[in-house]
Design a binder for this molecule. Structure first.
Ligand SMILES: *Cc1c(COP(=O)(O)O)cnc(C)c1O
Length: 419
């Protein structure tokens, strides 16, 4: 533990995390022996009772389709659904709830952008820039679009620390650049990218900037206007909300100029045999019955995060990260992938002479849930010359004791695999 952290800080933090843990039913049922230290939050998070109760209450008391009926239940459901949109707009610092499009998650948001911008915005010879630290979902859809439209696909290099190589980025950027899409916080190296700085550069050349915020709004506060980007995406299931719901934020004037994504009910203004006309955003991009309860639950999860307070979340998660990094560095032969001074609580690592999958199997027997493999970021792993890594990723309910358990389990696994 760092000298900056006093004994009293740790006592206070223990009190805080123990009250947070009371909110998560998963941590309190005793089915698993040993109890599971859930360190796979980068893949998905557990859900607090506030969100679970919100889902149940909605289905019990207010459930109906939205935007359709004049009857009471439909009005109630529509009000709640639109309130969720409004709350999430505020949560992200958006200036209007019309800029909040509900999607199925981050992957769908990127595909929506690639498809809707793809029809009309790009012409052959234009360039798209992503980085070597992207998740496949912010990499492959752009690569596919480039192939289809004859665009150039440029990938920004990283530094040894696992940060964007900003010099290289600036050499890639030119008048030909039409779009830059970058992860806000990496799911592997943890690095928080300097989006505000990047947006100043993209503005200058007239390129659009999209940001993959899958690993962001549950770790630190987001203000899309301040970031200066044009699109911002986040996903419910990483921020203590259910799967199958996400948000695409985009500047209203841009969204209204983009082609629709899916055709169907609710996204049209007028339909005739000859031609159909489309509504403005967000309806333009929300064909069919949306994930009504998912949207309401995502807004509830955002409120949960706000009620915990970013100050507390940051203090606690930085304590976990610091402790994890100190412990892991004591493991002989361990190499941390990503050592930025500005990162979220994620530690990816390899250990010389051991296959990550063998280690993960023993960690599982010890009740430690970590991710193993390339974490949907194969280009990044190739770039650092490894096939895969182990990843411990932390959330608000994790404890310093769980970090110690991770450390002990790694030492045990090494002994077992050596004999
Ligand atoms: C999880 C994740 C995604 C994919 O999100 P889904 O909502 O599961 O599609 C994209 N980018 C990053 C950085 C992620 O961590």
């Amino acid at each position: 533990m760092s000298e900056m952290t006093s004994h009293q800080d740790i006592v206070n933090d223990q009190k805080w995390v123990s009250s947070v843990r009371d909110d998560f039913p998963f941590l309190h049922h005793h089915k698993y022996n040993p109890p599971i230290a859930y360190l796979d939050n980068g893949a998905s998070s557990q859900k607090p009772k506030q969100v679970l109760e919100c889902i149940e209450n909605f289905y019990r008391e207010k459930y109906s389709n939205v935007h359709r009926g004049t009857h009471l239940l439909s009005q109630l459901a529509t009000t709640e659904f639109e309130r969720a949109r409004n709350d999430l707009a505020k949560f992200l610092g958006a200036s209007s709830e019309n800029e909040i499009v509900f999607t199925r998650g981050l992957t769908e948001s990127v595909n929506l952008l690639a498809s809707s911008l793809g029809d009309g915005y790009f012409s052959s010879g234009d360039e798209i820039i992503v980085s070597m630290m992207e998740h496949h979902s912010n990499f492959v859809p752009w690569q596919m679009l480039c192939e289809k439209k004859g665009l150039a696909f440029k990938v920004c290099k990283l530094t040894d620390q696992g940060e964007l190589d900003l010099d290289h980025f600036q050499t890639l950027l030119s008048e030909k650049t039409k779009l830059v899409s970058l992860v806000h916080a990496s799911n592997v190296v943890g690095t928080i990218n300097p989006i505000e700085q990047v947006s100043k550069w993209t503005r200058k050349v007239g390129a659009l900037l999209a940001v993959d915020g899958a690993q962001a709004p549950h770790h630190f506060s987001i203000n899309v206007e301040k970031l200066g980007c044009d699109f911002y995406m986040c996903t419910g299931h990483k921020m203590y909300a259910p799967t199958g719901i996400g948000v695409l934020w985009g500047r209203e004037e841009l969204l209204n100029r983009m082609q629709p994504y899916h055709g169907g009910g609710e996204m049209v203004e007028h339909v005739s045999v000859q031609v159909s006309t489309y509504k403005n955003a967000p309806a333009r991009f929300e064909a069919g019955t949306p994930n009504i309860v998912g949207a309401v639950a995502m807004a509830r999860a955002a409120k949960y995060i706000q009620d915990l307070g970013y100050e507390n979340i940051l203090r606690h998660e930085n304590l976990l990260l610091q402790h994890a990094q100190e412990k892991l560095m004591q493991v002989e032969g361990l190499r941390m992938i990503g050592q930025s001074s500005s990162k979220v609580a994620v530690c990816s690592f390899v250990i010389d002479g051991f296959h990550p999958h063998d280690l993960a199997t023993i960690l599982d027997q010890e009740g430690i849930a970590v991710r193993v493999g390339h974490h949907c970021a194969q280009p990044l792993h190739t770039y650092y010359g490894v096939e895969g890594s182990l990843r411990a990723s932390f959330g608000v309910y994790n404890t310093l004791e769980e970090v110690d358990r991770l450390f002990e389990a790694i030492q045990k696994a090494k002994r077992m695999l050596h004999s």
